[in-house]
Design a binder for this molecule. Structure first.
Ligand code: ZN
Length: 447
């Protein structure tokens, strides 16, 4: 267990550097790294890592290069490729510890209507102890917290005994291709920590997510003779209703799950995007509806996909127009199993110590109704993975925000966890006061 005085020294460094950490968080959150436009965000992280002496690997793969990887979603909308940035710190001495991956995603979801935000989504603003902005909580504050956690160790004159990879990926919000790309590249460790906004709780359980698009095509007509033309938008109704019924059946099934039976309505089917028609006075010839749905850990993805296909097929067969013009179902993004981490006593102990040192409170556990990249590590590469990070609200919604106090606490926890997990050694040739000036990127005037 980490020595109390060492922990106190680490916390001092987190506090001392916190303004700079928040300035970096704000600058990072100001980058509108929407899907396919993450380049500047990856540049930003690569620079932060390079400044701190990490060996930086920055590469791009095309969707086709990832074929065959497990649970890879449909990548039709990623023409620019999948870019990953990994910073590595190798132990210069020490040894005998365990290696660690800290991974964040830099992609963010669209902000929605600009006039519905109290301050612009990509002009991050601090108000009343919260940082507001799209992606501030999910999960730019967490990624920067990971970097500053390791920085605090270095400023405290400590070095990790084992290899650390700080990874920034894309596509977390749509296919998971970013996490798969770093695994394909060969990055491995004894444990992976993802500083997603868990509200300072441990999260090792998450749902799987599936995206699909329903395409309905009808015969166009003038609205005055609507009887003769099939209305593609109206034809979507019975399909929505049928899928809502399937959602309820899946929630009944979920009520028997030991982890999810306490969670209210864990399975959410979301019709998220609807497009259709071209003219108010024309009967719409087409309608596309994009869905997100969830499956619980342990459920078979292919069986679930078949259930969805059958549900759409049956609903279509009961409708006179759809029976003649069967809707098309296309998988359009996520195709992912859920994840239930095996709780490893060594990881739990290190995290419990770190969290209670940093916050003075016992560690809570959280069961997630969303998906995250931990699943790839745990499900397919035998790397125990979990999420732990700050407290955020309205992620994917309006006025997304993340609490500054929780960012500070998460940074301290991550620093202590890394120190305990990887093991640390002191730089003997330097006194504490001088050691803080040895890391790249430090202002050197804090002492
Ligand atoms: Zn996230």
């Amino acid at each position: 267990m980490l020595d109390k005085t060492i922990a106190a020294r680490i916390f001092e460094e987190v506090d001392r550097d916190f303004d700079r950490q928040m300035a970096d968080t704000q600058r990072f959150a100001a980058i509108p790294s929407l899907r396919g436009r993450e380049g500047p965000a990856q540049d930003y992280i690569a620079d932060l890592l390079r400044d701190r002496g990490y060996e930086v690997d920055d590469w791009t793969v095309q969707p086709g290069d990832l074929a065959g990887l497990p649970d890879l979603g449909a990548l039709e909308r990623v023409p620019a490729g999948v870019r990953s940035v990994v910073g590595t710190l190798r132990p210069e001495g020490g040894g005998g510890g365990r290696s660690l991956i800290i991974q964040g995603h830099c992609d963010v979801v669209p902000a929605g209507p600009a006039d519905m935000w109290n301050s612009p989504a990509f002009v991050p603003e601090i108000r009343d102890g919260w940082l507001y902005g799209r992606g501030a909580g999910d999960m730019k504050a967490g990624t920067i917290a990971g970097i500053y956690a390791i920085e605090a160790l270095r400023r405290a004159g400590l070095r990790l005994n084992e290899r650390l990879h700080l990874q920034s990926v894309v596509e977390e919000e749509s296919t998971g291709a970013g996490a798969l790309a770093v695994l394909q590249r060969g990055y491995r460790a004894d444990c992976a920590l993802l500083p997603e906004p868990t509200g300072l709780a441990y999260n090792g359980i998450c749902v799987g997510v599936v995206w699909f698009r329903l395409r309905v095509r009808g015969r166009p007509a003038h609205v005055a003779s609507a009887g003769s033309g099939a209305n593609a938008i109206k034809a979507i109704y019975p399909l929505i209703k049928a899928l809502e019924e399937l959602e309820e059946r899946w929630n009944e099934r979920a009520a028997k799950d030991p982890d999810y039976r306490e969670v209210k309505h864990p399975i959410n089917f979301n019709p998220g995007i609807i497009k259709g028609g071209d003219w108010a006075s024309s009967v719409p010839a087409w309608c596309d509806l994009d869905w997100r749905l969830a499956i619980l850990p342990g459920w078979n993805l292919n069986d679930c996909r078949r259930e969805v296909e059958d549900c759409v097929k049956q609903a279509a067969s009961r409708n006179p127009f759809l029976a003649q013009n069967p809707p098309k179902l296309e998988w359009s993004g996520f195709l992912s199993h859920g994840y239930r981490a095996t709780e490893r006593p060594d990881i739990m102990q290190a995290l419990e110590h770190a969290h209670s040192n940093a916050t003075g409170e016992p560690l809570r556990h959280k069961t997630s109704t969303g998906a995250n990249d931990a699943r790839f590590y745990g499900n397919y590469f035998d790397i125990p993975a979990f999420c732990y990070g700050p407290l955020a609200e309205n992620i994917h919604g309006l006025d997304e925000r993340v609490s500054l106090d929780s960012i500070r606490a998460a940074t301290k926890t991550i620093a202590c966890f890394a120190a305990e997990w990887c093991g640390v050694y002191r730089i003997d040739s330097l006194r504490d006061s001088e050691a803080a000036g040895t890391c790249g990127g430090c202002d050197g005037d804090e002492e």
